[in-house]
Design a protein around this ligand. Structure first.
Ligand code: ZN
Length: 435
């Protein structure tokens, strides 16, 4: 009796739900269609801009790109006849949960005096700043003590609760015990750590699994600290992990299908990260000639973050100003040897409100890239690093409708990218100052 009543209810529920699904399917509106007419289009792949291109968008994706084409009847056209349209920009090294840390005091204050919820509110604001500057995708490389709050920021963006770029996140990053700040406090006080301390291969494997469980897209670790010039003129550093430990990070991360970003500034830290098999080298100021050759040969990405180095140099003094020059030489060699250079700024290492991340492009051009090479480092090359070439990095059919526009010609003046006037993400106009 009771059983038959229960199955009756189940049947009724099934019938009701089935009805729901049908009704939804019948009334689902067709995806919105809109077209963007670009006076000039730099599509992220071609060597030269396309004049008068029509980009047809349906929902969140690009349907077609036609030089000189006209929009189908009834489709709204966003006319940008005097603008240069480009793919949405990508910053492959950011910290949305950080508000600048020229000195250790700047850093410690944030970890000791700001709650993680407060920092997450600022992170949401920073994501909006990045998007308004034209950055439609970020790889955020660790929360600096804010645990897994980057996963929450990403979720809020993906759920449409706040506006912000597409994100890949690294959660907590790793060093061995005592190799990352805040440091120097009384042993009687327990203070927050900027990273997850891990020691020994077993603990490392568990930490990798734990971070991935909580939403890490990347595993980030600090390969070195304490940068100094040797008598050989090379920028050296103290290596954090034993080779066995660093290999455990990379092996376990790769085994579960993720990739590893290694912070490595001195040549010793870079050498250790290359031995371990890291996928991307972050900063890399002290890259030596043989290391540049090795990275080119093995197809390892370099994310130079030059803007932050120059920004903090005077405040940090010591070796930091000289390191800017050292990195410039490394950049020029890497460019000559065809290392895969991807644009990344370390935003958060500088105040998000103080510097437009697109300043990084200007350094690349000053250091020898053509403007087109610089643009690719922050569009198609960055999409390759993120493993998202099927969805972004260029303006072509099938990709996300992530577009930016500037009123001048970025091939003549790369600083134009610091004056983005139009931003579209997933077919939605975020900003339009061009009319
Ligand atoms: Zn960083």
């Amino acid at each position: 009796m009771r059983t038959s009543l229960r199955s009756g209810i189940v049947l009724a529920l099934l019938a009701f739900c089935g009805g729901c699904i049908c009704a939804q399917q019948a009334s689902a509106p067709a995806p919105k269609r809109v077209a963007v007419r670009a006076g000039h289009l730099i599509d992220g792949k071609s060597d030269t801009p396309v004049a008068n291109a029509l980009i047809l968008i349906e929902g969140n994706k690009i349907v077609s790109v036609t030089p000189g084409g006209s929009a189908p009847a009834g489709v709204e056209v966003i006319d940008l006849p005097n603008a240069t349209v480009l793919p949405g920009l990508v910053d492959a090294h950011t910290h949305v949960l950080l508000q600048g840390d020229i000195t250790a005091e700047d850093y410690d204050k944030q970890l000791l005096k700001q709650s993680i919820p407060y920092r997450a509110i600022l992170a949401a604001r920073n994501a909006q700043i990045a998007l308004s500057h034209g950055f439609t995708a970020l790889r955020d490389l660790e929360t600096e003590g804010a645990m897994y709050a980057d996963v929450d920021v990403k979720k809020a963006i993906n759920d449409g609760e706040i506006t912000g770029p597409h994100m890949q996140v690294a959660t907590r990053a790793m060093t061995p015990t005592g190799m990352y700040g805040p440091l120097g406090y009384s042993w009687e006080i327990r203070i927050p750590q900027g990273v997850q301390y891990v020691d020994g291969a077993e603990e490392i494997r568990k930490a990798v699994r734990e971070q991935v469980m909580y939403g890490a897209d990347w595993i980030k670790y600090y390969s070195d600290h304490g940068y100094f010039y040797g008598p050989d003129g090379v920028l050296h550093s103290h290596v954090n992990f034993t080779d066995e430990e660093a290999r455990a990070i990379v092996e376990e991360t790769h085994r579960i299908g993720k990739k590893v970003a290694a912070h490595a500034i001195g040549s010793d830290g870079i050498a250790a990260a290359l031995r371990a098999g890291a996928d991307t080298i972050e900063h890399g100021d002290g890259l030596t000639d043989p290391q540049v050759e090795e990275m080119a040969r093995r197809g390892i990405y370099w994310v130079p973050t030059i803007a932050v180095g120059a920004y903090v140099a005077n405040g940090r003094a010591g070796n930091w100003p000289k390191m800017v020059e050292t990195e410039k030489k490394a950049f020029q060699l890497a460019l000559k040897k065809d290392v895969k250079i991807v644009m990344g700024t370390d935003a958060g290492g500088f105040d998000w409100r103080g510097l437009n991340e697109a300043k990084e492009f200007e350094y690349y051009v000053n250091y020898g890239m053509t403007p087109m090479q610089a643009i690719r480092s922050g569009t198609s090359a960055a999409a390759e690093l993120l493993g998202w070439t099927d969805r972004m990095g260029s303006v072509e059919a099938g990709k996300w409708a992530d577009l930016v526009a500037v009123s001048g010609d970025p091939l003549k003046d790369i600083a134009e990218l610091q004056r983005v006037k139009f931003v579209m993400k997933g077919g939605a106009v975020i900003k339009n100052e061009l009319h």
